[in-house]
Design a protein around this ligand. Structure first.
Ligand SMILES: NC(=O)c1ccc[n+]([C@@H]2O[C@H](COP(=O)([O-])OP(=O)(O)OC[C@H]3O[C@@H](n4cnc5c(N)ncnc54)[C@H](O)[C@@H]3O)[C@@H](O)[C@H]2O)c1
Length: 259
């Protein structure tokens, strides 16, 4: 993919799951990758052990719900590497409760990690990218920005806001040669999902009914979309959300029988 080799690339939530798949794809394309984890040092150590044979990578632990910590993170990356070329806002959390019962503090937590942190990290990075002459930002949205399920109101709202965030900042920052887009994954086979299936918490048969491709995607397939949008191959694209979901967001009623 053109324009990824040697690029200083930050992937938030890159210590596991989809973020780890994204980090892997950037390393394979020759980027220098900084993965950001929250509190789980064991996940970060595991990711570094797995991914370091592929290229130059390090982990930093930062609480992205803290606005000052986000600013410091981007400053630290630029102080160490001299620039920031690509930012992938991927870290996200999910809390499931009825909207009528959703505690305000938990609503704020979801919005802060899933949306406010994306906005703050993007603008901190954009200040440097503007001086550098450009850059590329990709935010991880969700199929839940368009297909909604009950008891996930804070998550759904945060992800719909991510699509609006990239559209808004895409328009504002095009003049600085900074592109910002989103990738909206459908159901992805991560360690967490696998655990849920094994424990019977996730009803995989029910999920398959709404996915035209009839399979979960792999984290690297989300990584492929992210690398594409970050690369020079996507030089004409900004403000867009690319649904990478096996067709889920375009499907109507599940097909229950072959006609
Ligand atoms: N797994 C799916 O099927 C799926 C589908 C659609 C969208 N997504 C989105 O993809 C992204 C990654 O999801 P995942 O399933 O890989 O999640 P995950 O729970 O496996 O990983 C989340 C990552 O975010 C980090 N993180 C969480 N809170 C943080 C905080 N306060 N500060 C710093 N880091 C923090 C964690 O350390 C971890 O690295 C999320 O934005 C999620 O909403 C996932």
């Amino acid at each position: 993919m053109r324009g990824i080799q040697g690029k200083i690339t930050v992937v938030t939530g890159g210590t596991r799951g989809i973020g780890k798949g994204i980090a892997k794809r950037f390393l394979e394309e020759g980027a220098t990758v900084i993965i950001i984890g929250g509190k789980n040092q064991a996940d970060a150590d595991q990711a570094i052990a797995e991914l370091s044979p592929l290229g130059k990578i390090e982990a930093m632990m930062v609480d992205l719900s803290n606005a000052d910590a986000i600013e410091k993170l981007i400053d630290d990356v630029v102080a160490k590497y001299g620039r920031i070329d690509i930012l992938v806002n991927n870290a996200g959390i999910q809390i499931r409760k009825w909207a009528t019962e959703f505690p305000v503090e938990e609503f704020d937590k979801v919005i802060n990690v899933n949306m406010r942190a994306y906005y703050l990290a993007s603008r901190c990075a954009a200040r440097y990218m503007q001086k550098q002459g450009g850059g590329s930002i990709v935010c991880i949205s969700s199929g839940n920005s368009q297909c909604f399920t009950s008891q996930r109101s804070a998550y759904n709202i945060s992800k719909a806001a991510v699509n609006g965030l990239v559209a808004s900042l895409g328009v504002e920052w095009a003049r600085f040669n900074i592109r910002i887009n989103a990738v909206a994954p459908g159901y992805v086979m991560t360690e967490m999902i696998q655990k849920g299936i094994n424990e019977g918490i996730i009803d995989i048969e029910n999920i398959m009914k709404v996915i035209p491709m009839k399979r979960l995607l792999m984290p690297e397939e989300i990584g492929n979309s992210v690398v594409f949008l970050a690369s020079d191959e996507a030089s004409g694209i900004t403000g867009q959300t690319l649904f990478t979901d096996g067709g889920w967001s375009k499907a109507g009623l599940p097909e229950e029988k072959e006609l």
